[in-house]
Design a protein around this ligand. Structure first.
Ligand code: NAP
Length: 301
């Protein structure tokens, strides 16, 4: 009896182009490779060293610093550069995009990315804005790893013009590389992320800056005894300066709104300490401890 031929399932995409092949782009490419989601992988970045590393580590098959060349023939283009560069990149690649292609991004800010990218996207190309809620303080292609998105959320913020089919395909891609998918309004996303990510980074950058500016013995001892809490802030404050500069410049309104609330709450804590109001402090700390427990229960710790 003739044996049935075992056929490999058709990959989701033929040719995927990553513009920016750092922590996020490289992790996506590695995870997509692991799952066999595309036939060919191309990277585009500015520096030859980045491109060489991406090739050497087997993250992509081809690498170029020419945006136009990079996107030719790609049915998926992932913009994974600092958000401040996305609009200009979209303008340059637009005339070279394949008809029917999907352009997506991974930017930590959504409204500004949509406003700067969407106007350049041709009518016969689909734009699906996205943001994976996963990361580390490391950058560059060598920081990428295929498991980064495992059990993490990826938020899609489709715009009016985005086709439901393209959104479903991008959602499928994220699920296949281990993520859970949610859909959100872009402005709501920016407010949520201002509190869950942008403000914590701002606090970490500020605290580490304050400690760094201390003089003499005190500065030495901050390093020596850092395991008492400071060390956790230094990890966050070691994140890429350009990426974070762009986040704050491009999510200004939401960050300022959340920062205002935070400053008011901080003043209340200051008052409780000055007045020796232990009940207020204890009550507040008990509430925050419960939040930690719910994060652990949600397996996001
Ligand atoms: P990264 O590790 O620093 O990588 C950035 C990549 O973009 C590098 O390959 C860089 O290479 C390239 N690049 C920078 N400017 C470029 C330009 N103008 N044209 C072409 N390539 C350029 O950064 P990442 O952490 O992957 O972040 C990328 C995006 O993901 C950002 O939009 C960020 O908001 C978002 N994101 C980050 C995290 C996180 O935790 N890191 C989490 C979620 C989302 P060259 O400098 O060699 O060109």
């Amino acid at each position: 009896m003739a044996k049935a031929k075992s056929r490999k399932p058709k990959p989701l995409f033929e040719r995927v182009c990553f513009i920016g092949i750092g922590l996020i782009g490289a992790s996506m490419a590695l995870a997509m490779r692991r799952e066999g989601l595309a036939d060919a992988y191309v990277a585009c970045a500015r520096r030859p060293k980045t491109l060489k590393t991406a090739l050497k580590l087997g993250i992509v098959d081809e690498a170029t610093s020419d945006y136009a060349k990079a996107v030719v023939g790609a049915d998926l283009v992932v913009i994974a550069t600092p958000v401040g560069t996305n609009g200009e990149i979209a303008r340059i690649i637009a005339p070279h995009l394949k008809k029917g292609a999907i352009v997506t991004d991974v930017g930590s800010v959504k409204r500004m990315v949509i406003d700067s990218v969407a106007p350049h996207i041709p009518k016969d190309v689909h734009f699906v804005p996205a943001h994976p809620i996963a990361g580390t303080e490391h950058s560059g292609p060598e920081a990428g790893f295929a498991e980064l998105f495992q059990n993490r959320w990826s938020i899609l913020t489709p715009v009016k013009r985005t086709s439901a089919k393209a959104v479903a395909k991008v959602a499928d891609l994220w699920r296949k590389i281990g993520a859970k998918v949610d859909t959100m309004d872009p402005d709501h996303h920016d407010m949520v992320l201002a509190i869950t990510s942008h403000l914590p980074h701002l606090i970490a950058y500020t605290i580490v800056g304050t400690a760094t500016d201390l003089g003499g013995d005190l500065k030495q001892e901050v390093i020596k005894y850092s395991a008492s809490g400071f060390r956790d802030f230094t990890r966050i404050a070691a994140s890429d300066p350009i990426m974070w500069r762009d986040v704050f410049l491009n999510n200004r309104e939401a960050v300022l709104e959340i920062l205002q609330r935070f400053t008011e709450d901080l003043t209340a804590m200051q008052r409780a300490i000055r007045k020796g109001d232990g009940a207020t402090l204890e009550d507040h700390f008990a509430r925050t401890r419960a939040i930690r427990r719910s994060i652990i229960d949600a397996k996001q710790a």
